[in-house]
Design a protein. Structure first.
Length: 268
């Protein structure tokens, strides 16, 4: 290759657009609802729609694990990334919606209205990991599902650390069958305030002495799983679940089964 050819190649490379980051897809809003398989009744809807950060590492595996758990509970499930399924008719086929790191404001105003009516008539919501990050800004969603504001997580060498999870409510049905002390390696979210200050009920917390949150992210009392007792339906949020391996952890898998069962209205 001549010097001129080399320069030409370099100029082409410098001028070429950067490849899109799969973690940051272009936000989209869906208008045409998917066609549901027949026979879905009191089923589990698994939604991993992404208009914010996309957890490409865990979503395929965690969706499969959640479907397996639903089947073990004797419930049909349906997984989608089509936000147009949030309409009154189709949501009527489900008793639980699992928001599996669904990020960003992924619903239109009309779709969020259908979701709020689903909760108001007693539907259950299990929100996981990025379903509680700061890419969600809608007042109804933040008030009903998160109850606080995500401020960050450790980065660099401390991005994924083992930490100890401790029960705040040891007899809560969400923790039935779990073994404590429980140590899990994960990405540990911090929030600007304890969600209990906004009426949420904390079920489990992180022992900050067991990992390195850093001064800016230390919360003292550091909730990681909580519920919203203020709604007619049942809402539980878990900040856990960044890594695919978390969904193979026996305690977390048991928690997810408990959460789906509880959100559907069962207590045992």
């Amino acid at each position: 290759m001549t010097v001129l050819q080399t320069i030409a190649v370099l100029l082409l490379l410098l001028g070429a657009p950067a490849a899109p980051d799969p973690h940051l897809p272009q936000p989209t809003y869906d208008e045409v609802a998917p066609e549901l398989p027949e026979g879905r009744h009191d089923a589990v809807l698994i939604v991993s729609k992404t208009n914010g950060w996309r957890h490409i590492e865990h979503i395929p595996h965690s969706n499969a694990v959640l479907a397996d758990i639903a089947a073990e509970l004797g419930r049909q499930s349906y997984a989608t990334e089509n936000g147009a399924i949030f309409n009154d008719e189709q949501l009527g086929h489900f008793s639980v919606v699992v928001l599996n790191s669904a990020s960003g404001d992924f619903l239109t105003r009309e779709q969020e209205g259908a979701f709020s009516r689903f909760l108001a008539r007693g539907g259950g919501i299990v929100a996981l990991h990025a379903a509680g990050d700061d890419s969600h800004t809608g007042p109804w969603y933040v008030h009903s599902i998160i109850g606080t504001t995500f401020i960050g997580h450790p980065g660099g060498d401390d991005h994924i650390e083992p930490a100890r999870i401790v029960p705040d409510r040891p007899d809560d049905p969400l923790l039935a069958g779990l073994t404590f002390p429980w140590t899990l390696a994960d990405e540990w979210y911090s929030f600007d305030a304890n969600p209990a200050d906004n009426g949420m009920q904390v079920v489990a917390s992180i022992d900050e002495d067991s990992y390195r949150p850093g001064e800016a992210l230390a919360m003292g009392a550091h909730p990681v799983i909580w519920t919203n007792p203020r709604t007619p339906g049942r809402v539980v949020y878990s900040a856990l679940g960044h890594t695919p391996e978390a969904y193979d952890d026996s305690n977390y898998r048991r928690f997810l089964a408990n959460a789906i069962r509880w959100a559907a209205g069962a207590t045992a």
